[in-house]
Design a protein around this ligand. Structure first.
Ligand SMILES: [Zn+2]
Length: 223
């Protein structure tokens, strides 16, 4: 295993993981700077450091990718973040809109024994309170068949299983309209003009959701 990384180094690995997760291409310096709200020059310096530690592959003009070691390290940081989020909601009774910033700090405590005991204490959860899947200690992520709500057509139905957006204001809105994880919904109407949709809950209640909302929620579609 590698020597301990600083919180900043860990945040870079996480940012690069997120930027390259669904993409074969590397992350650009500018995209990383955007994600971490820092200057491109600082990014370049840090990438050289991480490349020297064999955590990233950094080729000019091709962008940055994680090495296998870098990918496993990023997944272990994500694992810690998501386990702490479960702990904060289940054991300390925080709301799902309050936990992200706290977990951003706790994720940098990397003692493996602590994290394994936390995982066991929580009953080895597979998803965090936002529905994001928790990587195993070996860096494996369970398969998922989630799709964005806005991909459903009229007549389709499914269950809300995760949120793409973690902004507290968004999560508070979902609480207000009772659009939480585990809810069963069906699509009764779509408006082509603005891509809004009307969904119906199991109890018959209907709700109009904007394109922004329907593209920030993941569902598991019923066959
Ligand atoms: Zn979070």
């Amino acid at each position: 295993m590698h020597a301990r990384l600083s919180s900043t180094e860990e945040n870079y690995l996480k940012a690069i993981y997120k930027l390259t997760e669904h993409d074969v291409q590397g992350a650009s310096t500018n995209a990383i700077a955007d994600q971490l709200q820092t200057r491109a020059a600082s990014v370049t310096d840090m990438l050289k450091k991480l490349a020297a530690k064999l955590l990233v592959d950094y080729k000019k003009y091709q962008g940055v990718t994680l090495t296998e070691q870098g990918r496993l390290t990023a997944l272990s940081i994500i694992r810690r973040h998501r386990l702490w989020e479960v702990f904060l909601v289940q054991k300390l009774h925080f709301g799902w809109d309050e936990i992200h910033d706290i977990a951003e700090e706790l994720e940098h405590v990397s003692e493996p024994k602590l994290i394994q005991r936390l995982d066991d204490f929580l009953g080895n959860p597979t998803a965090d309170p936002h529905g994001d899947l928790i990587p195993s200690a070996h860096g494996e992520l369970p398969e998922t068949d989630q799709i964005l709500l806005n991909r459903l057509q009229v007549g389709d139905s499914g269950m809300i299983i995760a949120v793409f957006e973690h902004d507290p204001k968004f999560l508070q809105y979902l609480d207000e309209v009772n659009l939480n994880l585990g809810k069963q919904i069906g699509v009764v109407k779509r408006v082509d003009f603005d891509d809004s949709m009307t969904i119906r809950f199991a109890d018959g209640r209907e709700l109009v959701v904007s394109k922004l909302v329907s593209s920030s929620i993941f569902v598991q579609k019923h066959a």
